[in-house]
Design a protein around this ligand. Structure first.
Ligand code: FAD
Ligand code: NAD
Length: 402
């Protein structure tokens, strides 16, 4: 009898951790393992706001897949998944097709603009290395062009960020580092460059207590970030955002949407029933009616059994799901019982630039300032270790002092 084929879609947090763990759990005689990813590298999605602001080099946030998995053990396919034919157990790629016995669906997130007119056309989004690098290049180009322009328009130096959730706030924190550097490089008066965050809700970062939110807001304001809170963006045009019921136009040279994410559209193309863009999975991370498919990370909703609410989509969750699914696939192949997924929340930290941050960590402890920033680097390095191993951590880790 031929050995079972396990196919993993996506080399992000969930997919890469699942692949690495599968190679530890199953010998080459027990299963064939295939990892399919758009690129030949993994990127740390959780570092993309830094790439987008230009505070880190894109190469620091990525590493080659061959640095993390042995290509003699795992068949690596660099191609784009377009659809999964679930009836025939085949994955359709741009350039070929691959059959599977077990499937791990971990294709991550895309930006969600909620149908806001003009947002897809006129705003940038932080979704992968290329889109993030493009934002950093665009911002620098605005400053360079302004510096040589005879008829200067100060709006060109405004950076508008739509959405004051984690991504939006961490991004403006990085911009507060980068903008003074760009002003110095291009001989521009710092007061001419504006960073504006626009948030519809009454507060930024609703996950945190009021005192941490106030700390974050003031820390960013002190470094030149402006906030428009309780200001829903109604439309995005070539010139900027149209905000609120009175349809005020805020003009900018750079417009970035960080107002939300949703699951990969390949889910819909593969015929899954979606809830807010993702698939509901059971406690074993399988969608209803499929014994050999696991949907992980930002592609699924996993319910917290205690509260009955889905866990927020995070790298932390995706990493833990990847590890559990590898255990369960190995168990299925060896005719052993499988275990339900149990999430272990290690806390939440948001950076506010290089040396500032806020966080809730284990035992309900709150962090702010340098201690939170240091904790964020520990979290980032731990994540790098889990997805890439010790060699990748040594090459790409965040060891710089601040
Ligand atoms: P991803 O890590 O996004 O991986 C998906 C993989 O699939 C990628 O390699 C992608 O290239 C590949 N792929 C996509 N489509 C295709 C296709 N059609 N064919 C082939 N390959 C494809 N979470 C935290 O816990 N902590 C944080 O500090 C944090 N910071 C964040 C900062 C930013 C700027 C953003 C945007 C998110 C952040 N998150 C954070 C959330 C976290 O990044 C996601 O929840 C996490 O990446 C989800 O992991 P995943 O494995 O589902 O998908
Ligand atoms: P989000 O959904 O968490 O936040 C989006 C924000 O945009 C919300 O505050 C929302 O009110 C606002 N918004 C939506 N529509 C708007 C409109 N029309 N006008 C103005 N504001 C609008 O999205 P995110 O920040 O991209 O985060 C996505 C996921 O990634 C979350 O689960 C988050 O926990 C995770 N993440 C975690 C970290 C971290 O742990 N440090 C960092 C980044 C992202």
């Amino acid at each position: 009898m031929s050995k079972p084929k396990v196919v993993v879609l996506g080399a992000g947090y969930a997919g890469l951790v699942a692949t690495r763990r599968l190679t530890q759990k199953l010998s080459a005689d027990e299963a064939e393992i295939v990892l399919i990813n758009k690129h030949n590298y993994h990127y740390e999605s959780t570092w993309l706001h830094e790439v987008a602001a230009g505070t880190i080099n894109p190469n620091q946030a990525r590493f080659m897949l061959t640095d993390a998995v042995n290509p003699k053990r795992v068949r690596l396919i660099y191609d784009t998944v377009t659809e999964v034919n679930r009836d025939e157990q085949r994955v359709i790629l741009d350039n070929s097709e691959v059959s599977y016995d077990y499937l791990v669906f971990a294709l991550g997130f895309v930006s969600n603009t909620f149908g806001i007119p003009g947002m897809d056309e006129h705003a940038f989004a932080i979704t992968d290395i290329d889109s993030s690098r493009h934002i950093a290049e665009h911002i620098e180009y605005q400053f360079a062009q302004y510096s040589t322009d005879e008829n200067k328009n100060d709006d060109q130096l405004t950076i508008l960020v739509g959405g004051g959730g984690f991504t939006g706030i961490e991004f403006v924190g990085e911009l507060a580092e980068k903008v003074p550097e760009l002003c110095q490089k291009y001989d521009i008066d710092r007061s001419k460059a504006r960073i504006i965050n626009v948030e519809a809700a009454p507060s930024i970062l609703p996950v945190f207590d009021d005192d941490l939110v106030s700390y974050a807001k003031k820390a960013l304001e002190d470094r030149g970030v402006e906030f428009r809170i309780g200001a829903p963006i109604k439309e995005c045009t070539e010139e900027g955002f149209i905000v609120g019921d009175d349809k005020e136009l805020i003009k900018a040279g750079t417009v970035v949407w960080t107002g939300g994410v949703t699951g990969n559209p390949v889910l819909a193309k593969s015929g899954y029933e979606l809830f807010k863009g993702k698939v509901n999975v059971g406690p074993d991370l399988r969608p209803e009616g499929e014994e050999n498919v696991f949907i992980l990370g930002d592609c699924s909703w996993t319910l917290d059994q205690e509260t009955g609410r889905p866990y927020p989509p995070t790298g932390q969750l995706a990493t833990q799901e990847g590890a559990q699914v590898a255990e369960n696939i190995a168990a299925l192949i060896n005719n052993q019982p499988i275990q339900d997924f149990v999430y272990s929340n290690k806390g939440t930290v948001a950076s506010l630039g290089l040396s500032d941050g806020i966080g809730n960590v284990l035992n309900g402890n709150k962090l702010r300032g340098k201690s939170a920033a240091a904790m964020k680097k520990v979290v980032d390095d731990r994540s790098l270790f889990l997805v890439g191993g010790p060699k990748v951590l040594l090459k790409k880790g965040k060891f710089r002092p601040f």
